[in-house]
Design a protein around this ligand. Structure first.
Ligand code: TMP
Length: 212
């Protein structure tokens, strides 16, 4: 039996990292994991060793380091190929649970809807790169692009975060369309941290309690 693969998606500043931290404290004692299963928390880009180097390259905000949209797509895809092969697939085969901060739908939202790369090209690459591993459940933490920018106003932005509000609006619209199409669990991330985390926990209990 395989483990469960849970993914968090949303625009920058939506609070994925905080919620994943909270979940990783709760999940091991929730009764959802089998006794011999572990919880692996990971992220994209940067979940594997090679991925950490790729993350630095991809997000480097130096003005001379702006890859073309196609190169950017392929770098995220290389990160994912490595991540699936070295981290996600082995963990799921071992019956462990994997929680990933972003996965392939980030590419559809950012490079597809954000950069206007043809969605069919992205889906074709995804079908090779994901190697049959797709999330059992995706949470979409939804905030407005305005709130995203406001929440990050004191941070030093990486290259993608430096794109303006127009880009974020396109990405967010993309996420909303994908969320509808793929039946994601959409949670308003403007609520307080505790309320959001309770909604996430309830959803996991509803979806997976009886299916261990
Ligand atoms: P993070 O800040 O959530 O760690 O993600 C890093 C940035 O990379 C974020 O701005 C979203 C962007 N990104 C893409 O553009 N395409 C992708 O496929 C992924 C995984 C992330």
């Amino acid at each position: 039996m395989k483990g469960k693969f849970i993914v968090f998606e949303g625009i920058d500043g939506c609070g994925k990292t905080t919620q994943i931290e909270e979940l990783s404290k709760w999940l091991p004692n929730s009764g959802l994991l089998k006794t011999d299963s572990k919880l692996i928390t990971t992220r994209e880009p940067g979940g594997s060793l090679l991925g950490k180097k790729l993350r630095e390259m991809i997000l480097d905000n130096h003005k001379n380091n702006k890859p073309t949209s196609l190169a950017e797509l392929l770098l995220y895809s290389a990160d994912r190929a490595e991540h699936v092969s070295k981290i996600i697939s082995p963990a799921l085969k071992n019956n462990d649970w994997v929680i990933s901060d972003r996965f392939s739908d980030s590419t559809l939202a950012y490079q597809g809807y954000g950069r206007n790369i043809n969605l069919e090209i992205i889906k074709n690459i995804e079908s090779i790169v994901c190697q049959g591993e797709y999330p059992d459940l995706t949470f979409f933490l939804e905030i407005s692009p305005e709130e995203s920018i406001l929440r990050r106003k004191n941070d030093i932005p990486d290259r993608i975060e430096s794109e303006g509000i127009k880009f974020l609006e396109k990405v967010n619209e993309g996420f909303k369309l994908i969320a509808k199409e793929k039946n994601w669990k959409v949670i308003s991330a403007s609520q307080n941290i505790k309320t959001i985390s309770n909604q996430i926990k309830d959803t996991l209990l509803k979806n997976f309690s009886s299916k261990k």
